[in-house]
Design a protein. Sequence first.
Length: 117
Amino acid sequence: MGVILKIEDLYVDFKTERGLVKAIDGVTLEVKEGEVLALIGETGCGKSTISKAIMRLLPKNATVRGKIIYKGKNLLELPESEMRKIRGKEIGMIFQDPLTSLNPVFTVSNQMEEMFK
């Protein structure tokens, strides 16, 4: 099976009032078709930051460098309209406490409708 997701030299920095904070420092990984990826580790090690970088859901003070290749396309170069088509339909995240949090990919209305089905 081929590689469906490839992350090459991913760096994520956050600009703060105190200066630059390096959150992710050169992560590289591959996920092949049919595989499931679980990011595990201690609190604060960067799991959510990597996931949000893949989904392009980081705050505006974040700088992302490297490549996130999904099905041959660099997600970091796609327009937002293309990312909306991918989020939730092809790439998803399970948040730490999924029963008490809303998914930022979908509108609150959509999530409430889903809850009551």
